[in-house]
Design a protein around this ligand. Structure first.
Ligand code: SF4
Length: 149
């Protein structure tokens, strides 16, 4: 079934829309640009879709970035030292599935996150250059990504 007859659809990090999906159980509501007025927003949280609880221990990309994770060369750990790579990969794949179903061409993603960050993501010592796992997966699908602080 083609979705073309419906209005434009954009994926948005759920926490930016006020959903309390963040690791600390809070949201990060943002003023979205006027260009999104009248657009169908699809809220997603790749960490929740990957099966992680909320609240949850914060996670970081170890030795690399989202591209490294997709290549099997990097992994993610939470602050308790638990490997959460599988959950991040699963959640990102679910977001990719939604993007395909809804024929999404644009995404507005939360800055600096190990999942949603684009250009800057999270390493164990803080911000590092690179893309989060979900952002990298969407980028490879040709989705145009805008970072929202
Ligand atoms: S994974 Fe993305 S959507 Fe979920 S809380 Fe973190 S930044 Fe927000």
């Amino acid at each position: 079934m083609s979705m073309h007859k419906f209005m434009d659809r954009v994926i948005v990090s759920a926490c930016l829309l006020g959903m309390r999906t963040r690791y600390d159980g809070e949201s990060k509501p943002a003023d979205l640009p006027a260009e999104l007025d009248g657009v169908c927003l699809i809220p997603v949280c790749p960490e929740q879709l990957g099966g992680l609880p909320t609240p949850r221990p914060a996670s970081f990309i170890m030795e690399g970035d989202g591209a490294g994770v997709l290549a099997g060369e990097s992994r993610l750990e939470n602050v308790e030292g638990v490997d959460v790579t599988e959950q991040f990969l699963r959640g990102s794949a679910e977001v990719a599935r939604l993007a395909k179903i809804f024929e999404v061409r644009r995404a507005y993603l939360k800055s600096n996150s190990p999942s949603c960050g684009f250009g800057v993501t999270q390493g164990p010592e803080g911000k590092i250059p690179g893309n989060g796992v979900c952002a990298e997966m969407l980028r490879r699908m040709g989705v145009e990504i805008t970072v929202v602080d």
